[in-house]
Design a protein around this ligand. Structure first.
Ligand code: NYM
Ligand code: MG
Length: 212
């Protein structure tokens, strides 16, 4: 039996692991609609961009809520596409929101607090997590807030040891809806091949949506 709704697939990961490159290829070659978060074009996204480019200061709780709000802004559009049978690829989403905010280690902003504003958002049918063994500080790195090696290591630790574990995410989701790819030493084409293979073989069980 084939499904009538589109698949919602997320590429998550650290900065500079090639998420945007891969999503662009998937959008072009596999006919997925592409949603990148943060979307810096919306009214809220413009404020987020000011924060990331260090032109505006915001308190940690406020920027966290704006990132979530930015996902909510696009939710109806994504749901409409999926309902119409269109596959959608996400470039970062809720897990980035959790990992970058929790890595700040602010009292009261634990993972449970961070997740609250995202409760009720569509959950990806499949999350593909790109990791690397080390950060190469390639061109452009260091211009935005969060782009420093110490912080990236803290974010990685939260992703790997806190979020994508059965202490936080449920075991069925991790078994059936989650794939880890270590991209260390792989070029763009090699990573793309692995991803296409995963996507081609991934079918949703039924038309029910998953939600956070
Ligand atoms: N980021 C992204 C967050 O801190 N919270 C979020 O909810 C999302 C979606 O924004 N360093 C951070 C991670 C990145 C930064 O993302 C900008 P990108 O993919 O470099 O444009
Ligand atoms: Mg970036």
């Amino acid at each position: 039996m084939s499904n009538s709704r589109g698949r919602l697939i997320l590429i998550e990961g650290l900065d500079r692991t090639g998420k945007t490159t891969q999503c662009t290829l998937i959008n072009k070659n596999l006919n997925f609609d592409y949603y990148k978060f943060p979307n810096r074009e919306t009214p809220i996204g413009k404020i987020i961009n000011e924060y990331l480019t260090q032109n505006m200061k915001l308190c940690d709780q406020s920027i966290h809520l704006l990132f979530s709000s930015n996902r909510w802004e696009l939710q109806n559009e994504i749901k409409t596409k999926l309902d119409a049978g269109i596959d959608c690829i996400l470039d970062r989403y809720v897990y980035s929101g959790l990992a970058y905010s929790a890595a700040k280690n602010i009292k009261g902003m634990d993972l449970d607090w961070c997740l609250q504003p995202d409760i009720g958002l569509l959950k990806p049918d499949l999350t593909i997590f790109l990791t690397n063994d080390s950060f190469n500080n390639n061109e452009g790195f260091g211009e935005e807030i969060y782009e420093n090696t110490k912080f990236q290591n803290d974010v990685k630790n939260i992703f790997v040891n806190k979020i994508f574990t059965t202490n936080f995410e449920n075991v069925d989701y991790l078994n059936e809806h989650f794939k880890n790819i270590n991209v260390t030493g792989l070029n763009i084409e090699e990573v793309y091949k692995v991803i296409v293979d995963i996507i081609d073989n991934f079918k949703i069980a039924n038309d029910e949506y998953l939600y956070f």
